[in-house]
Write a protein that binds this ligand. Structure first.
Ligand code: C2O
Length: 570
């Protein structure tokens, strides 16, 4: 074909088939039937809520630009909602999922159709239940492939494998959180961590329940790591294999090599793994291990280790071969955490620019941390000094409303929330020094209201109240850029000069360093009501959460869509 024919050829086939920016996305339909299913782990059988009888739940596979439609049917006695964690939900806040924030829960016997489009994201996210602790068993991967015809900005993997971390409880997690909230004490910890639902051979009565990844020598694998655990950040490593991080929270990063990945609840990380070539492949079994990075007091978290197996094909000789174990950092290795997060940079290439807000319209300073609530009269409490554990941002412990905030916003229903969430702490103190004598929190259903397209900076400062602790903060409805982080108290006169506005990592969940601070920026370009909370479920239960109300913009495509007709009622 001559050169002159090329434009016509492209025009004809391109618009129909290949030109990615012209192709309309497909629609992917799923039905999620939430039922009780008997699952046995650690020789303990429980009837757990699952989606379609699967644990972990089914994988959603989609492409950037596709529409995803999921009908969720609730056939368990508990309330259910599903959150599509990290999906931007542009103008479709009704499909975001957090109970009493964007919707009322789906009651027993009822259903609700979530309907949203994947825009400008590629990588891995996950879905999980978003009411009480139901996400302990209701979770699964969301795989977002690039648009058809668009390559990855890294070598094409031979195979792609989701690796989803979870926590297994021998008791009912709903009973555990109910008891903790009643007594004021910390909740019982999990009995095991899991990889793809399996605890692996390091736990009693569990060696049959081991995830095995079979690889072929010399081939590249893309592992889609997801931390769906309730309450624990995790270190992950594979014996004798270096991993290349290429994507976090469905945004590409500048690739870097590491032997150990740190992943908080709510974060995802895509890593390339190169299986060793035949010559270099020792006849051995390589363990993949994950165990917590935890800054809380020993005894207050599950400190066990989940193992899976990396197996070279052909298999069949696992038991007799030498077993290689990776080494992992100490449970409280905060220096590792700081180093690791400093390595994460946006790809920031011409094809994938980093649209970092350079100026800031509104800046916020939020303390995040624990606190206490006085014990009610006629009760004894088992929290610190006979109080109840609580948690807050800017000393406001968030009270969940009984009407969904988004409905209240859309329909102008008064009395559901107030708009006076503090922009800065009302009573400043030495946040990382000796805690104040009075550690009681205040309560309220307080939000911040933002004008459409405001550029926002939030500095989140950990406090030492009840112990400095790392808090993985998750923002719904947006990705943000992590422009700075540091130890100790944030210094507004010195620290902003060090901010990275060129290629900061873009994500939806960031660890507020134990005894330190982190600064994030985003454009409030998504109208709706957006939850922000610690993704350690225990802290969310204690009130470490707040919400942003983003008003409609002036143009038609800057407005929240009307609610779907099947939106559950409270
Ligand atoms: Cu993954 Cu509001 O949560």
């Amino acid at each position: 074909m001559g050169a002159r024919c090329a434009p016509l050829f492209l025009l004809f086939f391109g618009t129909l088939l290949v030109l990615p920016h012209l192709s309309r996305g497909a629609t992917r339909y799923y039905t999620f039937n939430v039922t009780l299913t008997n699952v046995t782990r650690l020789c303990n059988t429980r009837a757990i809520p699952t989606v379609n009888g699967k644990f972990p739940g089914p994988k959603i596979v989609t492409r950037e630009g596709d529409r995803v439609v999921v009908k969720v049917v609730n056939n368990v006695k508990d309330n259910v909602t599903i959150h599509w964690h990290g999906v931007r939900q542009l103008r479709t806040g009704w499909s975001d999922g957090p109970a009493y924030v964007t919707q009322c829960p789906i009651r027993t016997g009822q259903s609700y159709v979530y309907n949203f489009t994947i825009t400008g994201q590629r990588g891995t996210l996950f879905w999980h239940a978003h009411v009480s602790w139901m996400r302990a068993t209701l979770y699964g991967p969301i795989v977002i492939l690039p648009k058809r015809g668009v390559p990855y900005p890294f070598p094409k993997p031979y195979k792609e494998v989701p690796i989803i971390f979870g926590e297994w409880f021998n008791a009912d997690p709903e009973a555990i959180v109910a008891q903790a909230l009643q007594t004021g004490a910390g909740p019982n910890v999990s009995d095991a961590f899991t990889i793809n639902g399996l605890p692996g051979p390091l736990y009693n009565c569990s060696s049959e329940d081991t995830f095995k990844l079979k690889v072929q020598p010399g081939k590249w694998y893309l592992l889609r790591l997801i931390n769906a655990a309730l309450n624990d950040e995790l270190f992950f490593s594979i014996a004798n294999h270096t991993l290349t991080v290429v994507d976090v929270d469905a945004a590409y990063v500048k690739p870097f090599d590491t032997d150990i990945v740190l992943i908080t609840p709510g974060q995802t990380t895509n890593v390339l793994l190169r299986a060793k070539p035949d010559e270099g492949c020792p006849a051995a079994t390589h363990l993949m291990l994950a165990r917590p990075y935890a800054t809380a007091a020993p005894g207050t978290f599950d400190n066990t280790t989940v193992a899976a197996v990396l197996e070279y094909a052909p298999p069949g000789h696992i038991k007799s071969l030498p077993l290689f174990r990776p080494s992992l950092p100490a449970l409280n290795d905060t220096a590792f955490a700081a180093n690791y997060s400093a390595k994460l940079r946006s790809l920031a290439s011409p094809d994938y620019p980093a649209n970092v807000p350079r100026r800031v319209d509104r800046s916020f300073f939020f303390t995040v941390g624990l606190g206490t609530t006085p014990c009610p009269a006629n009760q004894t409490c088992q929290g610190p000094n006979g109080t109840k554990f609580s948690a807050s941002m800017n000393n406001v412990s968030f009270d969940m409303p009984t009407t969904a905030l988004l409905q209240a916003h859309y329909n102008n229903i008064p009395g559901v929330y107030t708009t006076d969430f503090p922009v800065v702490p009302l009573e400043p103190f030495n946040y990382t020094g000796t805690p104040p004598n009075n550690t009681n929190v205040s309560n309220g259903t307080k939000v911040v209201v933002l004008t459409y397209n405001t550029s926002v900076e939030v500095v989140m400062q950990d406090t030492s109240i009840q112990g400095a602790e790392s808090h993985p903060l998750h923002l719904h409805g947006f990705d943000f850029f992590v422009v700075g982080q540091g130890v100790g108290n944030y210094d507004p006169s010195k620290d902003p000069a060090k901010f990275n506005l060129a290629d900061p990592v873009q994500r939806n969940t960031v660890g507020v360093p134990a005894g330190g601070w982190v600064a994030i920026r985003f454009f409030a370009d998504n109208p709706g009501v957006w939850f922000m909370h610690c993704h350690l479920e225990v802290h969310t239960s204690w009130g470490l959460k707040m919400a942003w109300v983003v008003n409609d913009g002036p143009l038609p495509d800057q407005k929240l869509m009307p609610p779907p007709s099947d939106l559950p009622k409270c």
